[in-house]
Design a protein around this ligand. Structure first.
Ligand code: FAD
Length: 457
């Protein structure tokens, strides 16, 4: 065999697995048909967050008048904004390539296909063999009847991240994470944005606190984004100099349509080699991430679970440990999620509702941003921290943060939930003042009935 492990797909699942496997002494090859970093670095997490951060400046400038700072209307040089974003992507992609090389991973740039037991054929015409094969093939955006990405008017998230113009009117189909993050970015850039969501509420299918979702919805509305829930987009037609998107009841004029109704695993053809897929096309794996074909493993967006970069990487690290005969305990229930809307929403572990369903008697503590000096100084009083603990043991089961920088603030909570820490562990840890993380401490204290800066009920 040429390698101990051959990994196909260089996304945050595959490249992280490759580096760790090499660190653990396995002779590892990584095959990638495009640029390393996968969707996350090239057309997902990083470009969205770069544009989110850049456009936050526009939102902040607008707020300036609240504290006596007036700015002239901004001029947006779109090609420069996009090339700045591309620069960040390039830098990270080349960084990953260097890390792969420095760790002794062989990077092969080719399209790969499994052609036999332990054998991978490459689009270059060559073939390589590996004792074990790992699939980190990722996922792609889904189309729905009446909308096809082949029409330039219909964007997927990929086109939305490299636009040639800012559409005056953008209709976003899908009020999930990707749809709402891009709605936030385009609204800040000046587009008139309408979000059509089929389900009765935005962010469906996620275990999120209902009040937190309501805050996000209110925040988006305050920005001028129109949100229609229970609205099924059935098709669109050309009208005047744009299109109109149809639901059963209404028509929504648009210059571009962003279709963000979900992603599907890149699993086509895998059944042919005997790999079992579930009914949604995800690769079925056991507790060691091994597929139904012994010696072939799968990770990341290709397997059931949250479609998140850090989950894909965690799969990769866990698999590397397993193949090297080491232990890497991972509780998938403790994987945090961060949603980059305005306000941001981040959570880890169970919501209060889930905790009840799981048979716990939840002890809940809350603390508003409006009571944090730091938040007021940032002109960001909107939002709250919420801690859900088990009333019997006071172990923290879940945390929700909605408000400024929630995506950064959730990590302390993730450490607490993953390590089964109690309310006291957070409440009795001294947090620097004045900072936003004080809100988590106060929420834990509130659950214990002893917050200082809010009335305990
Ligand atoms: P991918 O990143 O999809 O990588 C798979 C790789 O496999 C690709 O590079 C592909 O070219 C390669 N490949 C596939 N088939 C072959 C083949 N036959 N031969 C060779 N190579 C092949 N997640 C977060 O955690 N945080 C975020 O903020 C976030 N934002 C997102 C924003 C957007 C707009 C999108 C679309 C996604 C976002 N995600 C985010 C999700 C995240 O990007 C994915 O969960 C993550 O990239 C999955 O990693 P992966 O390694 O499983 O697959």
């Amino acid at each position: 065999m040429d390698y101990d492990v051959v990994i196909i797909g260089g996304g945050p699942g595959g490249y992280v697995a490759a580096i760790r496997m090499a660190q653990l002494g396995l002779k590892t090859a990584l095959v990638e048909r495009d640029r390393v970093g996968g969707v996350c670095l090239n057309r997902g997490c990083i470009p969205t967050k770069a544009l989110f951060a850049a456009t936050e400046l526009l939102a902040r400038a607008k707020e300036g008048s609240d504290f006596g700072m007036e700015f002239a209307p901004p001029h947006i040089d779109l090609p420069r904004l996009i090339s700045w974003k591309e620069g960040i992507v390039e830098r990270l992609v080349s960084g990953v390539e260097k890390l792969l090389a420095a760790n002794g991973v062989t990077l092969i740039k080719a399209e790969a296909e499994i052609s036999g037991p332990g054998e991978v054929s490459l689009s270059t015409g060559a073939a390589i063999t590996g004792e074990r094969l790992v699939l980190g093939l990722g996922s792609a955006p889904v189309e729905i009847p009446g909308f096809s990405f082949s029409d330039p008017v219909v964007w997927s998230s990929t086109e939305a991240l490299s636009p040639d113009a800012i559409p005056e009117r953008l209709v976003v189909i899908g009020g999930g994470v990707i749809g709402l993050e891009l709605a936030t970015i385009y609204s800040r850039l000046g587009s008139r944005v309408t979000v059509l969501e089929l389900m009765p509420e935005i962010l469906p299918g996620l275990d999120l606190d209902r009040r937190a979702i309501a805050r996000v919805r209110a925040g988006l509305k305050a920005m001028g984004i129109e949100i229609r829930t229970g609205a099924a987009a059935t098709g669109y037609a050309n009208k005047d100099d744009g299109v109109v998107v149809n639901t059963k009841e209404e028509e929504f004029p648009a210059d571009r349509i962003l279709l963000a109704v979900g992603r599907k695993p890149n699993s086509a053809g895998l059944e042919k080699i005997g790999i079992e897929l579930d009914r949604r096309g995800f690769v079925v794996v056991d507790e060691n991430l091994e597929t139904s074909v012994p010696g072939i493993y799968a990770i990341g967006d290709l397997v059931p679970g949250p479609m998140l970069a850090h989950k894909a990487s965690a799969d990769g690290l866990r698999l590397a440990a397993h193949l090297a005969g080491e232990d890497y305990p991972l509780d998938y229930g403790t994987i945090p999620q961060a949603i980059f809307t305005s306000p941001e929403l981040a959570s880890v572990g169970m919501s209060e509702k889930r905790a009840k369903e799981e048979g716990y008697t939840p002890l809940v503590g809350r603390f508003p941003y409006a009571a944090l000096g730091k938040a007021l100084g940032m002109n960001a009083p909107d939002g709250f921290f919420q801690v859900v603990a088990d009333a019997k043991t006071r172990r923290i089961l879940g945390v929700t943060i909605v408000g400024a920088e929630a995506s950064d603030l959730i990590s302390e909570a993730a450490v607490a939930v993953q390590n089964g820490l109690t309310l006291e562990a957070i409440a009795d840890s001294v947090h620097p003042h004045p900072t936003l993380p004080e809100g988590l401490k106060e929420a834990a204290e509130n659950a214990l009935g002893r917050a200082i800066h809010t009335v305990n009920r």
